[in-house]
Each structure stands twice: as structure tokens, then as C-alpha cells.
Design a protein around this ligand. Structure first.
Ligand code: HEM
Length: 537
């Protein structure tokens, strides 16, 4: 009897419930591709995606990338309108691209929605940190981690990150001068990852850079195993099987934890010693300047939590496991997002040399041709800011996000049952001609000349970092890093697309160039002439 009850329940989940949900939405005028047993619309989605990514963009330099990048959305939107129902297996997702409804979901009615429950393997990849936490634990972590991303704190990183970028690009200068054509070819999509990894390591670990780097190396390996395992997602319980990859991943997990526990111990000792020295310095009247790295603020919060009385969950103590998970999350959320932004910006500046020239002129006027840009100079690079916004409009690194209704809720007159997932296709909002005008597919940074609020016909038309309380915590860091890196490159090089570049934006979790982004860099004569180190080459 137990068996047949379970079987009935399964049939309900896989067949009757989806049919009821379809009917519920159909009555409200919301339609979509029909549900198919167990797989939902996955087969059509995969086939649309494979078809779209089998050929490059046509015409070659077009920015009309929605049909290629989010082919299933583009395809069904044409048939069912911009609000429609689709099926990720037996899970219903309502696609919503109306900016008024988006505002409701993220701001006015945010209490009714949560981050959706991602697949356990995705969670393993992204860590059980800020991105996936919910409720009180999320709120506590967000409060503890926020100060790390205040501009006053981040600006302390500018000289260190800047120096690393300069050292890295100096190698291009040497190579380009040595090459007969005077140019060097670099696949920037790989190259920028090195830069953003460095920045995120410094933000996370500060003074413990070397140790932090070792932890991130192990996490990168573990992420590679998790991505492999993701291919086996249809085998239930696969991630618990003692396969070779799984056991290696478990071993890595232990090693990461061991390293972090050691590191935390050392940091606690150093903090105690620094506090003692600080007392002495304060007695001498010296100023206290110290960057708050992620690890430091979490260690402090864990100590504060322990000091408070009361049951541990109420005290909100942050455990070593929490710290491990947050490290994973920040590595995951902070590295490729920013390197993708840098990649698309350089690709677009290579495609639009007139904007590259304007950006360079501004950088040279503001920062000079050799000096490391300061944080204040970077903040005043208006043209570069407009270019970054226009890049994120057309090529948002995070193309979509998902929410889940915590309870039955009404949204713009629609009745949404508890548990329904909402798919917000950020990129479709950014490519909507009704919001941006007839030139929506043109790369035109000038549309941002009077600020973001005036660029479109709706305040919620531009959401590359999300919206509301769960908006990206790393936004300041990402933009500061992007301005710094681009300013340093523009000071020293002009660049164009390599003849090998194929314009093929695609989504693999994030928006990335499917066939890489090879660009040709040439050292500027203004830079060569003034630079002793290059004259010597
Ligand atoms: C150009 C670069 C970046 C883009 C486009 C981006 C985009 C986003 C978006 C769209 C969200 C919201 C997701 C949602 O509402 O479901 C988000 C959240 C988040 N981002 Fe970023 N991000 C970038 C860089 C970074 C960096 C550098 C870090 C870390 C240092 C970071 C850490 C996070 C975290 C932790 C969250 C979750 C916040 C929360 O739920 O409280 N991101 N990001």
C-alpha cells in the first residue's frame, strides 16, 4: 500500500500537478509551450540552444544577441508574448520581463519572494554563502560582509591591484615591440580572469594573500570536479557515490577546511598582536588605517557571536564552515562576472574604435600616460563609465535570475501560487526596443550621458546587478576593478579584433564568448617614447 501511495504521489508531481498549474495560468491568459511528462520543455530548450550556438552571429558585428544567447526565451516570446509559462522538468517557471512587474518582485513585494532553491550541484559550485542563503542567516551575513565593499575600504586596494595589472600588461608591451607587426595577440577572456582572481583574492584575504591564493587554487580544482559531476545530473544520488572524482572532491574539501582553519588561527593571533600594538599607537596619536578583508570581518563576527549569550543560532555565530562557504561563494560570484564584463568591454571598444579613442583621450587627460590612476581620477572617468554601462546593457554577464514565490501572491493582477518560480530574463529587458528606443541594438554609450535613470523609458530597464535588497554586493568592487584595468590598458595600448575573432556570445551560466576573445594590442607611441623600460627593450 505504501508503494502504491508513493507511486500515486510521484504521478501527481510529474503529471497532474503540472496540468493543474497550466490550467491555473491559462485561465488568467498566460500560456506557454505544453508540459511534457518528466522532462517538461527541456528537450526543446536544449535543441533551440544547440541550434542557436552552432553558428556565429550574423551579421558579424551585430549586437542583436538575444536570439543566440537566450534562444528559448526569444522563440517562445514570439509565440506566447513576454509573460509565459515554461517547464524546467516538472518545475513551472513564469518568464517575466515587464519592468513594472520586475519592480514589484524585487522591491514592493520582495517579502513574498526568495532566491530559488538551486540544484545541489550548483550549490556545491557556488557555495552555501550569500548568493544562496535565505532568511535571517542571509540578513546576518549580508550585514557582516557589507563593510568589505564600502568604497572607502575598496579604494585601499587600488594601488595594489593597479600595480599587479601594470606588471601583467608590461609583458604585452615587451612582446608587441618584439613582434614584426608591432602587435601582440592576447585572448582577453582568459587573461582577465587572472586579473579578477587577483582582485578577489585581495578583497577576501587581504594581508594573507599567499595563503588565500592557495585556498582559492584548491577551490578552483573542486569547482572543476563539481562541473564534471553536473554532467551526471540525471543519475539520482550520483554526488554521494564514492567515484574517483567524488572522493578527490571530498579530499579537497577537507584540505580547504584545514587550510582555512590554520589561516583563521593565524589571523586571530595577528589580530590580537595588532590590537595590542594599536593601543600603543593610539597612545602615540597615530591614525588607524586598515582594510577590512572578507576573512577579517567574518572572524570578527564569529568572535562577537561567541561572546554574546544565548542559543548559538540566535547569537548568529559565524562558524568555520560558514567562512569556507562564503569564500567559495565570493570566488564563484566575483571572478568570472567581472572578467566577462572586462572581456565584452574590450571587444566592444575594438569593434567601435571611435569610442576607444574617446575613452583613451579622457584617460590620458585625467590620469596621464604613465602614472597609476588614483581612485578619485577613476571616479571622474565619465566616458568610461558610460561605456561600461552600455556594455552591461547589451552584454550583461548575468543574463537572467530566478525567484520563488514563498506564498500565494498577486502580481500585476495575476494570481501566482506558492512555489512558482519566476524567471527574470535580464538580457531581454536590456534589449527591449519599447524601453530603449529604435536604436536598442546599437552600441551607443551616449545614451547614458545623463545618468542611468535618464537612459531608458523606465527606471527598472537597466538591472545588470539585480535590484532591491539582494542586489549584487560586489558591484563597487567590480566597477572599480573594471575602470582601473581598462584605464591602465588604454594608457598603454590601442587594440583591435584579431582576424581569428568570431563573434559568438553564448551562455554557460554566464554570458561569455563561445570561441574566446583574441585581440591584437599595439603599444602606443606616447607610451613607448616616455617609458624608459620600453625604450630599453
Ligand atoms: C560585472 C560584475 C558583476 C555582475 C554583472 C554581477 C551581477 C550580479 C547579480 C545580477 C546579482 C543578483 C542576483 C539575483 O538577484 O538573483 C548578484 C549578486 C551577488 N553578487 Fe554579483 N555581479 C558582479 C560582480 C560581483 C563581484 C565582484 C562579487 C564579489 C566580490 C559579487 C558577489 C555577489 C554576491 C555575493 C551576490 C549575492 C548577494 C545577495 O544575495 O545578498 N558579484 N551579482
Amino acid at each position: 500500500a505504501l508503494c502504491s501511495a508513493a507511486a500515486l504521489k510521484l504521478i501527481d508531481i510529474l503529471w497532474w500537478k503540472p496540468r493543474r498549474i497550466e490550467e491555473h495560468f491559462a485561465k488568467q491568459g498566460i500560456r506557454g509551450p505544453p508540459y511534457r511528462f518528466f522532462i517538461g520543455n527541456l528537450r526543446e530548450m536544449v535543441s533551440l540552444m544547440l541550434d542557436a550556438t552552432s553558428k556565429p552571429m550574423m551579421p558579424k558585428s551585430s549586437h542583436k544577441i538575444l536570439p543566440r544567447v537566450l534562444s528559448f526565451y526569444h522563440h517562445w516570446k514570439k509565440i506566447y508574448g513576454s509573460t509565459f509559462l515554461l517547464w524546467f522538468g516538472p518545475t513551472a517557471r513564469l518568464a517575466i520581463a515587464d519592468p513594472d512587474l520586475i519592480r514589484e518582485i524585487f522591491i514592493a513585494r520582495a517579502d513574498f519572494f526568495d532566491r530559488y532553491e538551486s540544484h545541489p550541484l550548483i550549490r556545491q559550485l557556488e557555495g552555501e554563502g550569500l548568493v544562496s542563503l535565505r532568511g535571517e542567516k542571509w540578513a546576518h551575513h549580508r550585514k557582516v560582509l557589507n563593510p568589505t565593499f564600502y568604497m572607502d575600504n575598496l579604494k585601499l586596494l587600488v594601488p595594489t591591484i593597479g600595480k599587479t595589472v601594470v606588471e601583467k600588461v608590461e609583458k604585452w608591451a615587451v612582446m608587441s615591440v618584439a613582434n614584426s607587426g608591432g602587435e601582440v595577440e592576447i585572448d582577453v577572456s582568459n587573461w582577465f580572469e587572472g586579473v579578477t582572481e587577483d582582485a578577489i583574492t585581495r578583497t577576501a584575504f587581504g594581508r594573507s594573500y599567499e595563503d588565500g591564493n592557495a585556498v582559492f587554487r584548491l577551490q578552483a580544482q573542486q569547482m572543476a570536479f563539481a562541473s564534471e559531476a553536473f554532467k551526471m545530473v540525471l543519475i539520482p544520488g550520483y554526488r554521494f557515490l564514492p567515484t574517483k572524482k567524488n572522493t578527490s572532491s571530498w579530499k579537497l574539501d577537507k584540505e580547504i577546511r584545514r587550510n582555512l582553519v590554520k589561516l583563521i588561527g593565524r589571523r586571530k593571533e595577528a589580530a590580537a598582536a595588532a590590537a595590542a600594538a594599536d593601543e600603543e599607537r593610539k597612545a602615540d596619536g597615530a591614525a588607524d588605517v586598515s582594510a577590512k578583508d572578507l576573512l577579517g570581518v567574518m572572524i570578527n563576527a564569529s568572535r562577537d557571536g561567541q561572546r554574546r549569550v544565548g542559543p548559538p543560532q540566535l547569537a548568529g555565530a559565524i562558524s568555520v564552515r560558514d567562512i569556507v562557504e562564503e569564500c567559495k561563494t565570493f570566488f564563484f560570484a566575483g571572478k568570472q562576472t567581472t572578467s566577462n564584463l572586462l572581456t565584452w568591454t574590450t571587444v566592444l571598444l575594438a569593434m567601435h574604435p571611435e569610442w576607444q579613442e574617446r575613452a583613451r583621450l579622457e584617460v590620458l587627460q585625467m590620469c596621464g600616460s604613465h602614472d597609476l590612476p588614483t581612485r578619485d581620477q577613476l571616479a571622474r572617468l565619465k566616458t568610461l563609465g558610460m561605456i561600461l554601462n552600455e556594455t552591461m546593457r547589451l552584454y550583461p554577464p548575468v543574463v537572467a535570475t530566478i525567484r520563488q514565490a514563498k506564498a500565494d501572491v498577486e502580481l500585476g493582477g495575476y494570481k501566482i501560487p506558492q512555489g512558482t518560480e519566476l524567471l527574470i530574463p535580464i538580457i531581454a529587458v536590456h534589449h527591449d526596443a519599447q524601453l530603449w528606443g529604435a536604436d536598442v541594438a546599437q552600441f551607443n554609450p551616449a545614451r547614458f550621458v545623463d545618468g542611468v535613470a535618464r537612459a531608458a523609458r523606465h527606471p527598472t530597464a537597466f538591472i545588470p546587478f539585480g535590484l532591491g535588497a539582494r542586489m549584487c554586493i560586489g558591484q563597487n568592487l567590480a566597477l572599480l576593478e573594471a575602470r582601473l584595468t581598462l584605464a591602465i590598458i588604454l594608457q598603454r595600448f590601442s587594440f583591435r579584433l584579431s582576424p581569428d575573432y568570431v563573434h559568438a556570445p553564448a551562455v554557460l551560466m554566464l554570458l561569455h564568448p563561445q570561441h574566446g576573445a583574441p585581440l591584437l594590442f599595439r603599444t602606443l607611441s606616447s607610451f613607448k617614447n616616455g617609458s624608459l623600460s620600453h625604450d630599453a627593450v
